[in-house]
Design a protein around this ligand. Sequence first.
Ligand SMILES: [Mn+2]
Length: 387
Amino acid sequence: MGETVVGFLNYLRNSYLREFSRIAGKNPRLQIVCGNESADLDSVVSAITYAYFSYIKDPSRPFLPVLNILRADLELRRDIVWVLKQRNIPYGLLYFQEDIQGLRNQLNCPIDAVLVDHNDTQSTARELVDSVIAIIDHHEDLGLHKDILERQCGPRIIEKAGSCSSLVYNYWNGLLGPQMNRADTRAPCLGLAALLIDTSNMSYKVEQPDVQAHKSFRGSIRDLDFDEYFAQIRRAKDDIVGLPLRDVLRKDYKEFDFLKGRGGAIRCGMASVVKPLQWLERQFQDQEFKATSSKFLKERNQDVLLILTSWTDDENRFSRQLAFYAETKQNTETVCKLADLVRDKLQLRPIQILDIPDERFRFYAQENTNASRKQVVPYMEEACRQL
Ligand SMILES: [Mn+2]
């Protein structure tokens, strides 16, 4: 076997970055692989595996895997923490938003980025990345960075897949061919973890790239019960007991600026939560639920906060809900219109959650359970254009 995942990460931290000016040569450029700003398991795995497989192929120009969140926020993602721990990968060896800022100052060179699990730069990376040199993603194609192919940097793969990690794995598996045998089996185990979570153990949103990746994992990973592995990660992911509501909201959170047809934009924060609204209401009570939503909206300077819940109950039924929150009169009116405009597509049915109704909130059961945030975003975008 060649270099292990941990060996690779150690090399980056203890040799490559320390001797960057010597290794990187005359026109140094730092290369990173960046996941999206929700930094879910898929993004984290896609970034690590892309960087690792690229290193197996060509160790001379390594990529740093970057998680597009603050280091302190990783603890909230208990599934990621569990998977990394299970594979003996210390997350002290990974790179976060604040590290990229630090490295930029320290190395004083341009930064080239591969984007995985998103197709335009997000959050802090927007200011820090000089050039996007490759994309592998499964979100809607925003049509940007199309010159990647002309510049002959890296791939620009944006395809339908349950998990972006499948696209990353298939891409490198194709390039590495028999060299894949030299790779650490921890890398496919990471890919498998994201694939199982994103497809609910190959039962949901499974596309051809997922089937292909799953087949490869079956061939290369021995001594691992896939069903049990899935159940363990799922448990870790759903374990949000004990977190304050603010952490529950920021755990899997993204922001969008949706342009209005008549000019201006609606700033919309979207928090995905793995428990039903009734659970949140029970845990935190009306008052805290209202106060935290309000504080969260203000802290992040958003017009609208959406809470997207999804969970599987004891009878293995999968459900979704959608909550809207806005404060000013104008924004609560906007929410009414938006909810009407997306109602059919998402099959929204009003439900009551709070003991004392509050006009700043609107709660719905989302009977179109196939629509995750990935679909809700373009629907909301389209609705905003009609305003
Ligand atoms: Mn993804």
